[in-house]
Design a protein around this ligand. Sequence first.
Ligand SMILES: Cc1cc2nc3c(=O)[nH]c(=O)nc-3n(C[C@H](O)[C@H](O)[C@H](O)COP(=O)(O)OP(=O)(O)OC[C@H]3O[C@@H](n4cnc5c(N)ncnc54)[C@H](O)[C@@H]3O)c2cc1C
Length: 461
Amino acid sequence: MKSSIGIIGGGFSGCMLAYHLLEKTKDLQVVIFNKSSRIGPGLAYDPASSSMLLNVKAGKMSAFPSLPSDFVDWLIQVDAYPLKTKAEISNTFASRELYGRYLETSWESTQKKYADRIRIVMEEVIDVTKPEKDFLIYTKDTIFPTQYCVLATGNEIPRNPSITNDSFYQSSNYFQNPWSVNCELIDEKKPILIIGTGLTMVDTVQLLREKKKCGTIYCISPHGFKILPQGDPENTFDGILTKMKIENRLDALLTQFNVAKKEISKNRGSLEPLINYFRPYTSSLWQGFNFEEKSFFLRHLRHKWGVARHRIPPISYEQINNELLENKLIILAGIIKQFHEKPYGIDVVYTIPSTNKEATIHVASVINCTGPETDVSKMERGLLAKLHNSQLIQPDELKLGIQVSVNDFNIKNIHNTQNFYAIGNLLRGELWESTAINELREQAVQLSLQIEHAEKTKKNC
Ligand SMILES: Cc1cc2nc3c(=O)[nH]c(=O)nc-3n(C[C@H](O)[C@H](O)[C@H](O)COP(=O)(O)OP(=O)(O)OC[C@H]3O[C@@H](n4cnc5c(N)ncnc54)[C@H](O)[C@@H]3O)c2cc1C
């Protein structure tokens, strides 16, 4: 009998995994479940605005590890930049919308090639069980039995900040999901608060301005860090970096890092090349750290790493910087205590960490850009909450994702469920960096090899 696999999530991870599986196996049937309306782009590449840019240059965004210039070749094929050379296109920050079209187009050719082996279910999966041999994948009206099941569900919406009276979160002036803000509900002139000062904040500022929302935008986070631009590729500091040793223990690594940082700062350089130097090692270093080292990193270094690592294209930086210089965008260091919604607007009370004093600002709308919820034990609804309740998934020790064996992508649980896998963001606790395209495209290949192997072993039994 032919085996089937249920892939829950039709974003980059789910589609690329399906592609490699279809290429590698002869008769495995693939069922992709997707609750959003397009297959391929997922949340990141189906943006609310066509002007939102990738934060990685086109030359590094191929969906296929073995075809490094595939995205650039596609951009040339669709004549996206008629006046640019191939080298210039490689060096461009293309729009996320274009990237979404690239993924959609490549998925369409996969679907054409393997039409008889693919089934698409455009519905939300609400539960998965494994009562006996098969997985049962539940949508609202149907149950699908499959022999393999993969969670490729991507980012969850952010958690509401903890405040004393959370009835505010029912307000129509509060937007918990930053990726689907209904801008029509936002006043054109009144001030807005964005909670969070990371990349989603940048997207949201761009979106609000594009939708002609001219009010002051406040952004708040405990550290009030500002976002940094992608730097000058010429400035690689090779002489300094090649002297560095990649140590296995966090304290030794920090010593090396600080020596290099000092030298680079003496030369007035940015830390970007230093971070880039570490990037290929981050997952293996993370796996080697013990719990104390990981916890220390999360408490003291996570935000600094985030600022230095998650940079935006220079053109987006210029826009944000102009907003800051003109005081249209104000970044605050603060911890939210309470929201009081009144007839004239919302009073936001926050504590300033450096003084421990309280301050208040007045805004008309609040948008939550604190980043995706990662702690499955805190989720109240949705598939992951259900799977956590039935103990099919369990959070990793740092609550950054779920417990997964990094050797074979099998989800670890008390039932020892076999052929149950995860890919993408859910592996953050195990790998730390498990989000960007260069990581996910490699995971898709590796996971397809595991499943191919499981299929072969089953047939030989
Ligand atoms: C705004 C943004 C910008 C980014 N920009 C870049 C960049 O420039 N460069 C880079 O390298 N990386 C970038 N990333 C990171 C990375 O590329 C994406 O997070 C990546 O696309 C994740 O793909 P995914 O398939 O794992 O998840 P997603 O793309 O989120 O796809 C998950 C899919 O699963 C579906 N789904 C979820 N739950 C269910 C369910 N229960 N039932 C059915 N369907 C379900 C969703 O509808 C969605 O379509 C960005 C991320 C974000 C959020």
